[in-house]
Design a binder for this molecule. Structure first.
Ligand code: NCD
Ligand code: ZN
Length: 343
C-alpha cells in the first residue's frame, strides 16, 4: 500500500505572489495546496496603506482559478514615513493582518524599507496597542557585516530592543535561518518564526560547493549545516512558535541565472511535498499538521481550517520551467524528484 498522510488544509504564512500578469502564473500554485497565505507587500510599488492592500487583494482574487476559495491575507510595508494613522487604518481593515519591517536594502524590493529602526517606535507602539503583528526581515544591511552573520547581528542590534520595548507586540521572525534565531524565538513570549523549505532542506554547500547554484540563492542566505539542523529540530519539535512560511519568491529564470542574480526560491509548485519530505526523513510525520495547519492560525488568532489535504508517497518531477509572463520560472530543487505528491 502506498504511504499517505491526511492533514488539515495548511496555510502559508509568508508568500510572494508579485503583481500584474505574474499573478496568473503564481496564484494558482499556492491556491492548490493552501487555504490562506500571508501576502508579502514588497511590490515594486510597496503596499504602504490599507487601501493599497485592499486593491492588491482584489487583483489576487481576480487571478484565482474558478471555484477556488483561497484567501489572501494582506500585509503593510513599513517605510520611514509610516504613520500611526496608517497603522490604525490597517488594524481596522478586515483584510490586513500584519505589517512587515524590511531594513532598507536587505532584499528584493526593499529600497523603500526602514533606515532608522529606532525612529519606528511610535508606529510599533500603535501596532502593539492595536494588536497588529510585526513581521520582520531580520538582517542588517551594513556592508561591513558578513552576509552569513547578518541575521544574528539584526537580532542583537535591533530585535532584542524591540522585544524589550514592546513586550505585548506579536513578532514573527520571518524565514529564520540560524540557531541564534531559534534561541531568540524560544526565549521570548509573543514571538514566533516561519521556516522555509529551502532552509530546512539545504545548507550553503548546496548553494556554493561544486558550482554556484542560483536557484538555491535566497535571502537570508543558506547557512552552514549546524544551523539547518537547529531549524529542523525546531520545525519538528511541536513547539507552536515555529510554523510554515514558504517565502516562495518567484523571479524569472534569466534574472537568477545572471551575473548579479536575484534572491528568492520558487517553491510554491511543491511546497507541501518538500516540507513532508523533511518531516518524514526525521520520523516526525506526526508533527507535520501542527507546523503546517495549526500553529500559524493560532498565532494570528484565526480559526484553523476545516478542509483536509492528502499527500501520497509517490515520486514525480517538476518540469524544467513553468511559464511566467513571457519568461520562465525555474522551480526550486528541480534537479531531484519529489518524493511526495498532493492527492
Ligand atoms: C524575497 C523576494 O524575492 O521578494 N526574496 C528572498 O530571497 N527571500 C524577499 C524576501 O523575503 O527576502
Ligand atoms: Zn520573503
Amino acid at each position: 500500500m502506498t504511504a499517505e498522510i491526511t492533514i488539515t488544509k495548511p496555510d502559508d504564512w509568508h508568500l510572494h505572489l508579485r503583481d500584474g500578469d505574474a499573478l496568473n502564473a503564481t496564484v494558482a500554485f499556492t491556491a492548490r495546496q493552501f487555504q490562506r497565505a500571508i501576502i508579502m507587500p514588497n511590490l515594486a510599488q510597496p503596499i504602504t496603506s490599507a487601501e493599497l492592500a485592499t486593491a492588491y487583494r482584489d487583483r489576487i482574487l481576480d487571478a484565482l482559478p474558478a471555484g477556488s476559495n483561497f484567501q489572501p491575507l494582506m500585509t503593510l510595508y513599513l517605510t520611514n514615513n509610516a504613520s500611526i494613522e496608517d497603522i490604525r487604518q490597517a488594524a481596522l481593515n478586515e483584510h490586513v493582518f500584519a505589517a512587515k519591517l524590511y531594513p532598507a536594502g536587505a532584499t528584493t524590493n526593499s529600497t523603500n524599507g526602514v533606515t532608522d529602526v529606532a525612529a519606528l517606535a511610535p508606529v510599533l507602539d500603535e501596532m502593539q496597542r492595536s494588536n497588529l503583528p510585526l513581521l520582520v526581515h531580520a538582517e542588517v544591511t551594513d556592508a561591513n557585516i558578513d552576509i552569513f552573520d547578518r541575521e544574528q547581528a539584526f537580532i542583537d542590534k535591533y530585535l532584542l530592543n524591540i522585544r524589550r520595548d514592546f513586550p505585548e507586540l506579536r513578532i514573527v521572525l520571518e524565514h529564520a535561518t540560524t540557531q541564534q534565531a531559534v534561541d531568540f524565538v524560544m526565549a521570548n513570549d509573543h514571538t514566533a518564526a516561519t521556516l522555509t523549505p529551502q532552509h530546512l532542506l539545504f545548507n550553503r554547500n548546496d548553494l556554493l560547493a561544486g558550482g554556484i547554484r542560483p536557484h538555491n540563492y535566497c535571502l537570508p542566505i543558506l547557512k552552514r549545516e549546524t544551523h539547518r539542523l537547529a531549524l529542523v529540530k525546531a520545525a519538528i519539535s511541536g513547539n507552536p512558535k515555529f510554523f510554515l512560511g514558504t517565502d516562495s519568491a518567484p523571479h524569472a529564470t534569466n534574472t537568477k541565472e545572471s551575473a548579479c542574480g536575484c534572491a528568492g526560491c520558487f517553491t510554491a509548485h511543491a511546497a507541501m511535498e518538500l516540507y513532508t519530505e523533511v518531516f518524514e526523513r526525521e520520523g516526525a510525520l506526526d508533527k507535520l499538521e501542527g507546523f503546517s495547519s495549526f500553529f500559524g492560525p493560532d498565532f494570528y488568532r484565526l480559526p484553523r481550517n476545516e478542509q483536509k489535504i492528502t499527500l501520497v508517497k509517490e515520486s514525480w518531477s517538476a518540469p524544467d520551467a513553468y511559464s511566467f509572463n513571457s519568461q520562465t520560472l525555474t522551480p526550486f530543487r528541480q534537479e531531484t524528484p519529489l518524493l511526495w505528491a498532493l492527492k
